[in-house]
Design a protein around this ligand. Structure first.
Ligand code: FES
Ligand SMILES: [Fe+2]
Length: 373
């Protein structure tokens, strides 16, 4: 790839601790964590490009996404090198994107291919082209040094055919919160009893006595959570019409910096559901939380239903995810607003924070490594 990287460097003086960060010693505390640029982030679902050009601010950079002539996905810096208009205000002309201000056209590699009324195209007439990897409907973008992209695996459900075979339901919600606050939400499932009381919550006392084992992985960390002989949550009762008590298990894998892969199952007590990772109800879910700015992000979710063979019925059942995720978003946005400027050392940790704290430690390690690059 040609060196078209003329993007401004991100701020480098950073302190991060206990789930908050600041630019300098005396700067204001910001909730969450700074972005990690050298990583794959989810940019969009492929179907979002069916309507044409998609503009999105990702990791503080304006990006325009579109399909090239051959159907592959292109992502360019959304700032024309002429006088800086957003290319996303232009249009697709053949395989190129034409700026809507004075008509300069760029190919999918960011190279200027036309300047109206001018023969010679100077080498500086280019925009940054981001590396892209598409896996099924997931469009992954590399915001950091393009040279490093190939050496990192895409944090999808690689090798897990079930996920891609099962009926799925997807959504994206723009949020007013730092990405890591939502990752933290996914690391402490005791919130289910309160935030999702009507759908997947069940009995609060059951959640408080869960068993959680936490471990590091090469790409982040994971936890396994089990609950035995617990009250069925509303979603289970609605589906099976049974109020029998259940065993539940969940595996959550954090793939740093901003992806969580979820695998969970629920079934009748004593039927080996936990040991066999089975269940009457089985879900796999991809949660990709892509930073937009320091205090906003996109929540991409893609849930797969392993218990309902009928795709139409599964899709309809999975649509409950929209409501469930929105409940998380409402809470975490409120948390973000309350935490702006707050010194993290004034907050406390409790028993259920075990996985969350290990996740933040992993993230902090990566933020510090990035600062030292
Ligand atoms: S700003 Fe794009 S052509 Fe002038
Ligand atoms: Fe939640």
């Amino acid at each position: 790839m040609r060196n078209t990287d003329r993007r401004p460097a991100p701020p480098s003086i950073r302190e991060i601790r206990d789930g908050a960060w600041r630019e300098s010693e005396d700067g204001a505390w910001r909730p969450g964590a700074p972005h990690i640029r050298n990583a794959w982030h989810l940019a969009c679902f492929a179907h979002e490009l069916d309507a044409g050009i998609l503009a999105r601010t990702l990791l503080d950079e304006p990006v325009v996404l579109f399909r090239r002539g051959d159907g592959r996905v292109a992502a360019l810096e959304d700032r024309c090198p002429h006088v800086g208009a957003p290319l996303s205000r232009g249009k697709l002309v053949g395989a190129n994107i034409q700026c809507g201000y004075h008509g300069l056209a760029f190919d999918a590699d960011g190279r200027c291919v036309e300047i109206p009324g001018q023969e010679i195209i100077p080498p500086a007439a280019c925009v940054h082209a981001y590396p892209i990897e598409v896996r099924a409907e997931h469009v992954w973008i590399w915001m950091g040094d393009p040279q490093l992209a190939a050496s990192h695996a895409v944090p999808d459900f690689g090798g897990d055919d079930d996920f891609f075979r099962w009926p799925r339901h997807q959504g994206v919600i723009p949020m007013r919160c730092n990405y890591s606050l939502m990752i933290q939400n996914l690391m402490d499932l005791t919130h289910l009893a309160y935030v999702h009381a009507d759908s997947i919550g069940g009995d609060a006392a059951d959640h408080a006595t869960d068993e959680v084992s936490v471990s590091r992985t090469e790409t982040g960390m994971r936890f396994v959570r089990t609950m035995r002989n617990v009250a069925p949550p509303g979603r289970y009762v609605a589906r099976f019409g049974s109020a029998e008590r259940l065993d539940r298990w969940s595996e959550f894998e954090f793939v740093a910096p901003a992806v969580v892969r979820q695998n969970s199952g629920w079934g009748r007590v004593g039927t080996g559901v936990i040991e066999e990772r089975g269940g009457d109800l089985k879900d796999k879910m991809l949660h990709a939380i892509t930073p937009s700015t320091a205090s906003s992000s996109f929540y991409f979710y893609d849930g797969a239903d392993g218990a309902e063979p009928d795709p139409a019925r599964a899709k309809q059942r999975l649509s409950v995810l929209d409501k469930i995720i929105q409940e998380d978003v409402d809470m975490v946005e409120a948390q973000q607003a309350r935490l702006e400027g707050v010194d993290p050392r004034t907050l406390i940790a409790v028993r259920s924070d075990k996985a969350r704290l290990l996740m933040m430690k992993e993230l902090q390690r990566r933020v510090e490594a990035q600062a030292g690059d």
